[in-house]
Design a protein around this ligand. Structure first.
Ligand code: XCC
Length: 642
């Protein structure tokens, strides 16, 4: 009990965040942790999924203990209420990822039509590869023609079409596609799948909990397609990541530079700010204001996007996004959309930091709003930087308190980069070294860490504990989103971490690959594969492995973990991971315990259908144990040793 209390008192394991929390306490600044404390006790009905506000006869709640109401006013049961609430979260997650992808598709379409001068196709090879995968003839086609064809195929994914989603049908194994089709969960449009969930969960439509869950699976497949689309189009427009060295955490702020944080998810604005910040006229402005330069840093997934492609240092992630303002050194935060706390406005106002919103669907009261028009994006990016320079001028000479905490980071492991690194060991058959090492047990399996930080978990604690435990056991690990950020800030995306924490098999394999690629050390302990939409990248590798071995993804010793998930987007990703056949760990209990049936379907019954299932474990060491057991179960079924 005492230990539990002590655990609860810890807000974050990152000492830079700890330092800033002390500043917040002294200066009376309210943070996410304070607001959470004021929410306690949180509503038990909501927590168990048993609160419904889908019509104005409610809100209705069902008593999970059987002493109070057993149905909503319309007669909806606990099982259906829980299922409806869950799949609405999946729809919202899918809308977010695919909204981001749709935005990129519009940019690509304008690039193809020659309407934009500030954007271009940066990776023609990726454009050709995506076109080929989609069955678009590439021979003799110009970049503009192919870009137009891919953009139009992308935009066709959204409404309802005759065929299943191309970004699902052409990226998964044929048996997965067949299975999803057989279950009736292969969507014919991303927006139509989202809209279908909204319809079926409204008053008096779908009251069958299992049928509702299948609707959720369909929405999750739409989310997968949206994520994959987001990755492909960002690579085409901004370049496919290759390994890059950088640094992470608040120690990357520079007292004498104009510090600008890029926050949100879509690289469409932040990439232009990177371009603008490197131009002579803008640098001259910063210098004439007395700054030594412009220091771009990243927060959340926009941070991941610009880290992967431009080496921009990740400042902090998700839960601790308010903290860097308290250093007094952050001159501007430029946000696009998703995971941006509205509380930033008040804190920024206290410290004079400019908070700049750039998307018309994502305004924050108190922020400066500058709607980015791609036609004059670079010019606007320069205007944004000027606002930051103004703020630098105003703060110059005032004391700052930047925590001297930073870690080295190696990131940039796109699918192409991973295959490229493996090809240095076997150019003719790059997957062979990976397969051989999985079979001989040097690598016991592969785990993808995804998802957010959550105020209910001491920030990063679950990620760190599980990663260290699985590293010892020779598990190859990949990470995205704020999970990758957590590992970056704790020094686990480094060669040194591999030397310190990896088991002998993993260390040997990573050393061989690192040497063959001239990395100056082994591969980092965990491979940073990108932002949340980039969870599509590991799927590509798993699908390639499955195809090569003639098995399906649900037989491979591969699992996923979201140890500190929070966003609806994470619910969508977790659901497609299970749908694609992965044991998927959750480090918090999702709001489904109000229905025994839904809980059982998600954690057990689904295994018989897709091979994947949710594994809920809040204790990180037990979680590592259970994830490892799940890998071992698969190894045994494949008849490969331990
Ligand atoms: Fe982080 Fe992607 Fe989660 Fe948001 S959702 S908190 S991982 S920034 Ni992707």
């Amino acid at each position: 009990m005492e230990a539990m209390k002590a655990k609860k008192a810890v807000k974050a394991t990152d000492c830079a965040v700890g330092e800033m929390l002390e500043v917040a306490r002294k200066q009376g600044i309210e943070t996410v942790w304070d607001r959470y404390a004021r929410q306690i006790p949180q509503c038990g009905f909501g927590d168990s999924g048993l609160c419904c506000r889908n019509c104005t006869q409610g809100p209705c709640r069902i008593d999970p203990f059987g002493d109070g109401p057993a149905a909503g006013v319309c007669g909806i049961t606990a099982d259906s209420m829980v299922a409806r609430n869950l799949i609405r979260a999946i729809a919202a997650g899918a809308a977010s990822h695919s909204g981001h992808a749709k935005h990129l598709a519009h940019v690509l379409k304008k690039v193809a039509a020659g309407k934009l001068t500030d954007y271009s196709v940066k990776d023609e090879n990726k454009l050709r590869a995506v076109a080929t995968r989609l069955g678009i003839p590439t021979e003799g086609k110009s970049v503009q023609e192919l870009a137009a064809a891919v953009a139009s195929a992308a935009l066709e994914e959204f409404s309802e079409r005759e065929e299943p989603l191309a970004w699902a049908a052409t990226t998964l194994t044929s048996s997965q596609v067949e299975k999803l089709g057989g279950l009736g969960v292969l969507p014919a449009g991303i927006d139509s799948a989202i809209s279908e969930i909204l319809q079926r969960t409204t008053l008096g439509v779908d009251a069958d909990p299992v049928n509702l869950l299948l609707g959720g699976v369909k929405g999750a497949v739409a989310d997968f397609a949206g994520c994959h689309l987001g990755t492909d189009l960002a690579d085409i427009l901004f370049g496919t990541p290759t390994p890059v060295f950088s640094e992470a955490n608040m120690g990357v702020l520079k007292e004498n530079a104009v510090n600008i944080a890029l926050h949100g998810h879509n690289p469409v604005v932040s990439e232009l700010i990177v371009v603008a910040a490197r131009q002579e006229d803008i640098l001259a402005q910063a210098k004439s204001a007395g700054a030594e330069g412009i220091n771009l840093v990243g927060i959340c997934c926009t941070g991941n996007e610009v880290l992967m492609r431009q080496g921009v240092a990740p400042l902090t992630h998700s839960l601790s996004q308010e903290m860097p303002i308290l250093t007094g050194a952050l001159d501007a935060i430029v946000v696009d959309y998703q995971c941006v706390y509205p509380s930033l406005a008040n804190i920024a106002d206290c410290y004079g930091t400019k908070l700049i919103t750039t998307m018309d669907i994502a305004k924050i009261p108190g922020a400066v709003h500058m709607a980015i028009e791609e036609e004059r994006g670079l010019e606007q990016a320069k205007e944004i930087i000027k606002l930051a320079v103004e703020r630098f001028k105003a703060r110059k000479g005032a004391p700052t308190c930047i925590p001297q905490v930073k870690q080295k980071v190696i990131a940039g492991f796109s699918t192409e980069a991973i295959i490229g690194a493996l090809s240095k060991l076997n150019a003719a058959d790059p997957l062979k070294p990976l397969i051989d090492n999985i079979v001989n047990g040097n690598i016991q399996g592969v785990v993808l860490f995804a998802g957010c930080n959550n105020v209910k978990v001491p920030q990063d604690a679950n990620f760190i504990a599980i990663v260290k435990e699985l590293a010892k056991r020779d598990v190859l690990m990949l990470a995205t989103g704020c999970g990758a950020g957590a590992l970056a800030r704790h020094g686990l995306l480094t060669s040194e971490a591999t030397m310190e924490y990896a088991g002998p098999g993993l260390k040997a394999v990573f050393t061989a690959i690192g040497e063959a690629n001239g990395l100056g050390g082994p591969l980092p302990l965990v491979l940073h594969v990108g932002s949340c939409v980039d969870n599509s990248r590991p799927v590509d590798i798993a699908v390639a492995l499955a195809n090569k071995l003639g098995v399906d993804v649900n037989q491979l010793p591969v699992a996923a973990s979201a140890p500190e998930f929070k966003a609806e987007k994470a619910v969508a990703i977790g659901t497609w991971a299970v749908t694609l056949g992965l044991p998927t760990h959750l480090g918090l209990v999702p709001p489904v315990l109000g229905s025994k049936l839904v809980t059982r379907v998600l954690t057990q019954d689904i295994k018989d259908i897709t091979g994947g299932y949710f594994l809920v474990e809040t204790d990180p060491l037990l979680a590592a144990e259970k994830i490892f057991d799940a890998l071992q179960e698969r190894r045994q079924k494949l008849n490969i040793g331990t």
